[in-house]
Design a protein around this ligand. Structure first.
Ligand SMILES: *Cc1c(COP(=O)(O)O)cnc(C)c1O
Length: 368
């Protein structure tokens, strides 16, 4: 079986973790945490990093830190993970959906302004599968309407737009370091910002809103979303090798493209001029003339020992939001197509050329 994703823990991870254990710094204080926060912020071009327990809690405190009045609207893509909508709803705000671009599968900026109302306060672009959103254009739209921007960069570590890394462009940016992300801490996440007041707020929210001068005195409710020194130690070791991880992802994408580009029944990931896609997962979409959908495609590939994963189901198709009166009767055709006709192929950091050959051969056979 060729697994869909595998992490690569081949550097100083064990050494740094052993150091945490030997020195007793195993909770959320210690030098690896501060070092990882600073190094990751620097890598992405932001001033401050706030480590948290995962990418979902990162989104939760990023939205909470904006202190929006209940009922404020936040625009996000319909094609994304539930973490984005969840963070918005939990903050008492309203998620407003926009479909994604049919080529990059990231937020379609041509459709954003039509969704802005006098209640809109923020936009949450998601750099989908490693292809960045057009951030310069998005920041202009945001500035024109006085909106905050939260980048969800969980899938796009190291991706670039016109020479700038994602995660350092919006007012806030969130990352996940889950085991299948480009660098991992097992479970983990981070929020980045260059605004000192927001950074202070994020640190407070992740740590129960303890008052700095008067411990155990609280003026608001926070969370325990702390990242441990142990996790940060793994993250720091991973960050030392991020260039290798990114090289491997780009090698994977080029290798699959070389073997699959002749299949007219497939749409492959793109990299628009001026962008650096990091190809988090190699996602492919069946064209309409293929007589079966992604579920059947996945079943047939599995018969060749190829593991795959479906793409996200749109936020407007989630019963949990319909029950709250959200997104009823909304339609987002690109999102709906991706959900039904797309999947991703084995894309792990240990993927070999023999596995790429075998996967590509299986795809050819299934579509023959
Ligand atoms: C993985 C992911 C998250 C959530 O991260 P967790 O660490 O699993 O909570 C959020 N947004 C996107 C786009 C993701 O891919």
């Amino acid at each position: 079986m060729i697994p869909v994703s595998e992490p690569l823990l081949a550097g100083a991870e064990a050494k740094y973790v052993a150091d945490c254990i030997q020195t007793g710094w195993v909770s959320s204080e210690g030098r690896y945490l501060a070092a990882f926060e600073q190094a990751w912020a620097e890598y992405c071009g932001a001033k401050f990093g706030v480590g948290v327990s995962n990418g979902t809690t990162a989104l939760q405190i990023a939205v909470a830190a904006l202190d929006l009045e209940p009922g404020s609207e936040i625009i996000l893509p319909s094609f994304t993970i539930i973490s984005c909508s969840l963070a918005i709803v939990e903050a008492g705000c309203i998620p407003v959906l926009v479909d994604v671009d049919p080529e990059t599968w990231a937020l379609d900026l041509d459709q954003v302004e039509a969704k802005i109302t006098n209640k809109t306060r923020a936009i949450m672009p998601v750099h989908m599968f490693g292809h960045p959103v057009d951030m310069p254009r998005l920041m202009k739209i945001a500035a024109k309407h006085n909106l905050k921007v939260i980048e969800d960069a969980a899938e796009a570590h190291g991706a670039e737009v016109h020479g700038r890394r994602v995660g350092g462009i919006g007012d806030l940016a969130t990352f996940s370091f889950y085991a299948n992300k480009i660098i991992t801490t097992g479970e983990g996440g981070m929020v980045l910002t260059s605004d000192e007041a927001l950074a202070r707020r994020l640190r407070s929210l992740r740590n129960l809103c303890f008052e700095p001068e008067r411990r155990f005195y609280h003026t608001e409710l926070g969370h325990n979303y702390r990242l441990t020194n142990l996790q940060a130690a793994i993250g720091l070791a991973q960050l030392e090798r991020i260039d290798d991880h990114l090289k491997h992802k780009r090698w994977m994408a080029a290798s699959y493209a070389e073997r699959l580009h002749d299949l007219t029944q497939l749409r492959l990931p793109v990299e628009l001029p001026g962008y650096r896609n990091v190809y988090w997962m190699y996602s492919i979409v069946l064209s309409d003339d293929v007589p079966f959908d992604a579920v059947e495609f996945a079943k047939r590939l599995l018969q060749f020992g190829v593991q795959t994963r479906p793409l996200f189901l749109g936020m407007h198709e989630q019963p949990v939001f319909h029950e709250r009166g959200l997104h009823l009767n909304e339609r987002y055709p690109v999102t709906e197509r991706l959900a039904r006709r797309g999947l991703y192929l084995p894309s792990g950091l240990t993927l070999t050329i023999e596995q790429v050959d075998a996967v590509s051969e299986a795809v050819h056979r299934v579509l023959a």
